[in-house]
Design a protein around this ligand. Structure first.
Ligand SMILES: C[S@@+](CC[C@H](N)C(=O)[O-])C[C@H]1O[C@@H](n2cnc3c(N)ncnc32)[C@H](O)[C@@H]1O
Length: 284
């Protein structure tokens, strides 16, 4: 039988060959997952053999990773803000960069007890709106998405983190099924990759993550145009529109917001890697 140590060495080499950029870490996380041990537990018992049941499960997961399936789909979860969010195929894996959007909104709404009404367009796993509701205990949220997988996933995450009493989830293409208005905040990380750029994304992303969550049309701006057009009718005067953007989209977003004539000049916030990542504007 294969020991933990042998499994780690053999698997890291298999995964390196298949193109993983983090083969040792992937091997370790997969081994932890099937054995139910944490990293220290695995390293502390290198001679422990995998049972045949563990081995066959492990081999299957390694095979999935060899085909560039993202680790978050294989493990079924991804850390974001203070949560371990459930993730599944068909739903975008939340990115660490997106935490900059949450931080930027919290920087503006410093009163954590404010009774804000927040709308998230394209809720995915619920990463953004659940983080905001967690930080602001009197806030209420509405999260919409067109993907049934995303809505089911967000619901599971809301329940698992006891936030389901303050979050309503609904199927809607952007504002189509949103009859409410007077929101304090409208937030979105819409699909923003140019259609032609999608095949050039990393294999993990291009082959496994849903194009519905990625494809922003010919210039990557389709969703932003639509949302900027309709958001003024749904925001309170002075209400905040907050977007995540691609690193090279700040000028386009500034222009779209200016041309709409309904918003204050856009403020751009950078992520931890110093890339433009967030656009903020208030309704006039
Ligand atoms: C880039 S993902 C963001 C997901 C999540 N907010 C996050 O940050 O991890 C974009 C989301 O928008 C959703 N979406 C795409 N087109 C939509 C539409 N017309 N109306 C509502 N949601 C849409 C996708 O299903 C996806 O969940």
């Amino acid at each position: 039988m294969l020991t933990y140590q042998q499994a780690l060495i053999e698997t890291a080499s298999r995964l390196k060959e298949s193109g993983s950029t983090t083969p040792e870490l992937d091997a370790l996380l997969l081994l932890c997952h099937v054995t139910g041990k944490d990293r220290i537990g695995v390293y502390a018992t290198p001679k422990e053999p995998l049972t045949s049941e563990e081995y066959s499960k492990f081999d299957n997961l390694v095979g999935r990773r060899e085909k560039a399936e993202p680790m978050a789909y294989i493990l079924g979860e991804k850390g974001f803000w203070e949560f371990d969010l459930k993730v599944r195929k068909g739903v975008l894996i939340p990115r660490p960069d997106t935490e900059s959007l949450v931080e930027a909104i919290l920087d503006i709404h410093k009163d954590r007890n404010a009774e804000l009404n927040i709308l998230e367009l394209g809720v995915g796993t619920g990463a953004i709106i659940l983080s905001l509701l967690h930080e602001m205990p009197n806030a209420k949220g509405l999260g919409v998405d067109v993907s049934p997988d995303a809505l089911a996933c967000a619901e599971e995450n809301a329940e698992a983190n006891n936030l389901d009493d303050r979050l309503t989830l609904r199927a809607s293409s952007w504002f189509d099924n949103v009859s409410e208005d007077g929101f304090d905040v409208i937030v979105s990380t819409p699909p923003y990759i140019r259609t032609d750029d999608i095949p050039n994304l990393m294999r993990d992303v291009a082959h496994h993550e849903p194009s519905l969550a990625l494809d922003g049309g010919n210039d990557g701006l389709d969703a932003y145009r639509h949302i900027i057009d309709e958001a003024p009718a749904k925001l309170k005067a002075g209400g905040l529109l907050a977007f995540e953007i691609g690193y090279d989209q700040a000028d386009d977003l500034k222009k779209l917001l200016k041309d709409s004539g309904n918003f204050t000049p856009a403020v751009i916030v950078k992520d931890l890697a110093e890339h433009d990542r967030v656009v903020l504007a208030h309704r006039l």
